[in-house]
Design a protein around this ligand. Structure first.
Ligand code: UDX
Ligand code: UDX
Ligand code: ADP
Length: 480
């Protein structure tokens, strides 16, 4: 029986291993983590991450061929294939602060593998890492090898949160990079055989190590770039009276461009896009390619611009002040169908409004109050100027409340901001909400989920990203 061990029971490791266990009954999969509460949660009825379809799979496989454990060393020692799926945050200090990936967790995992291994291993990079990390890991393993042979593979994960299970069941492609030596090719084939249990062969791409590593950064950079492109257009649409949905539709019909990932928004978030682009920027700078670095930096700059543009629009529409006004925030997660808030646009928008002394009442279907408070009081790292910005003051903390439903959040509010595209927000009783609000009642739709026409009939003043502006908003131009 092939044994797989995955180090890191997070958003990537957990779902990926659950699906491998489900699709490969002949493989024993152990997911290990140093975090005791995280493993306890994976072994409970309340999984540590929310992902549609995940609960059923874990229930079906756990205790059979899927195990969650803190016995990291034991499972690593026993495994034939070790996936490393530990976190790789952006460095917050020292060389490359604000841009380079922090490989501390990776390095310690690699040293531990070298310490405890007694048989040959295939070590698979699952978390996104800078190009040439595999080489560094290879060096650590080789210099501590005690005669054991290691093969390093890069097998980046392309799943998106909220659709992780779907993405894992039917991936557009599985990418496996390895050394171009006979042993390297053998390792590639071994990993390919695992995926071949459910992924059609023509969707499994094999490359050299560096191509696989770079492809992951490139794919995320391209995706983020599409959103910044459409968001930049949304600003121009508002200025000219064009409609971003119509523009996106028309542009996306070109088969060379394609219709997906062209939704204007209040800004992209998530653990990957910004981190991976910053990492790409850093690699370009280190390789003497400042023009290329600047090109990709612009994708993040436009994203930051989109968030501050939204805040400016809210404030300027409401007579240039939100001081002391209650504003309902609908949605805090970085996208729908997840409870994840990493790099969510909501953090910057909320902090922007708090900076103008608004009172916020926040409602999200999946994010806990504890998480919201933690996010809003965290020091923000400015990627462009590596200094720590001030966290939310205790006074500002008092201006935040967390509501249990959208109606409670909106009651008595002057305005509503929709920041996550949860389906629920499409079908709320907006008449009831309108009646409970201060007048004039504003709604700022950062995700284009509501029917603005209907809401205007009710009496709302509506702002929709990239759509022709109400006369009210035209009379109150936002200062960019
Ligand atoms: C992304 C990649 O899609 C995935 O392939 C990679 O493995 C990890 O990073 P994820 O961050 O989970 O996945 O979610 P994604 O669906 O890509 O959304 C990222 C952000 O972009 C979200 O904030 C989302 O709301 C935003 N977005 C997405 C838009 O604003 N408009 C769009 O059209 C699409
Ligand atoms: C373009 C648009 O494709 C077309 O829809 C529009 O109506 C007019 O402008 P055209 O300029 O005739 O058409 O040719 P196109 O095939 O788009 O190529 C433009 C340039 O891009 C060429 O120099 C081509 O060599 C280059 N190109 C194209 C690349 O360098 N790489 C590619 O992958 C594709
Ligand atoms: P991702 O989104 O990439 O999956 P997460 O932060 O959700 O990232 O998960 C990474 C996990 O890796 C965390 O649960 C963390 O505790 C775990 N981890 C980090 N370093 C180690 C290590 N050396 N050994 C075991 N687990 C680790």
């Amino acid at each position: 029986m092939v044994k797989i061990c995955c180090i890191g029971a997070g958003y990537v490791g957990g779902p990926t291993m659950a699906v491998i266990a489900l699709k490969c009954p002949a493989i024993e999969v152990a997911v290990v983590d140093i975090s005791v509460p995280r493993i306890a949660a994976w072994n409970s009825d309340q999984l540590p991450i929310y992902e549609p379809g995940l609960d059923e799979i874990v229930k079906q496989c756990r205790g059979k061929n899927l195990f969650f454990s803190t016995a990291v060393e034991k499972h690593v020692a026993e495994a034939d294939i070790i996936f490393v799926s530990v976190n790789t945050p952006t460095k917050t200090r020292g060389l490359g602060a604000g841009k380079a990936a922090d490989l501390t967790y990776w390095e310690s995992a690699a040293r531990m593998i070298a310490d405890v291994s007694k048989s040959d291993k295939i070590v698979v990079e699952k978390s996104t890492v800078p190009v040439k990390t595999a080489e560094a890991i290879e060096k650590i393993l080789a210099h501590n090898s005690k005669g054991i042979k290691y093969q390093i593979l890069s097998n980046p994960e392309f799943l998106a949160e909220g659709t992780a299970i779907e993405d894992l069941f039917k991936p557009d492609r599985v990418l496996i990079g390895g050394r171009e030596t006979p042993d390297g090719q053998k390792a590639i084939q071994a990993l390919k055989a695992v995926y071949a249990n459910w992924v059609p062969e023509d969707r499994i791409i094999t490359t050299n190590l560096w191509s696989a590593e770079l492809s992951k950064l490139a794919a995320n950079a391209f995706l983020a770039q599409r959103i910044s492109s459409v968001n930049a257009m949304s600003a121009l649409c508002e200025a000219t009276g064009a409609n971003i949905s119509e523009v996106s539709h028309a542009v996306g019909k070109d088969t060379r461009i394609g219709p997906k990932f062209l939704n204007a928004s209040v800004g992209f978030g998530g653990s990957c896009f910004q981190k991976d682009i910053l990492n790409l920027v850093y690699i370009c700078e280190c390789n003497g390619l400042p023009e290329v670095a600047d090109y990709w930096k612009q994708v993040i700059k436009v994203n930051d611009y989109q968030k501050s543009r939204f805040v400016n629009r809210v404030v300027s529409s409401m007579f240039n002040t939100v001081s002391g006004k209650k504003i309902a925030i609908l949605g805090f997660a970085f996208k729908k169908d997840t409870g994840d808030t990493r790099e969510t646009a909501a953090i910057d928008v909320c902090n922007g409004l708090l900076g103008d002394k608004a009172h916020l009442s926040i409602y999200d279907l999946q994010v806990t109050e504890e998480q919201i408070r933690r996010d809003l009081s965290m020091k923000k790292f400015d990627w462009d100027h590596p200094i720590h910005l001030q966290p939310m003051s205790p006074a500002a903390a008092k201006e935040v409340s967390v509501a249990w439903d959208a109606y409670e959040a909106a009651k008595g509010a002057h305005g509503i901001c929709i920041l996550t595209e949860w389906d629920e927000f499409k079908t709320l009783d907006y008449k009831k909400i309108y009646d409970s609000m201060q007048k004039p009642a504003f709604l700022f739709d950062g995700r284009n989920v509501v029917d603005a026409g209907k809401l205007r009939e009710i009496g709302f003043i509506v702002y929709s990203i990239g759509k022709p502006l109400d006369s009210w908003l035209k009379d109150m131009p936002a200062v960019a």
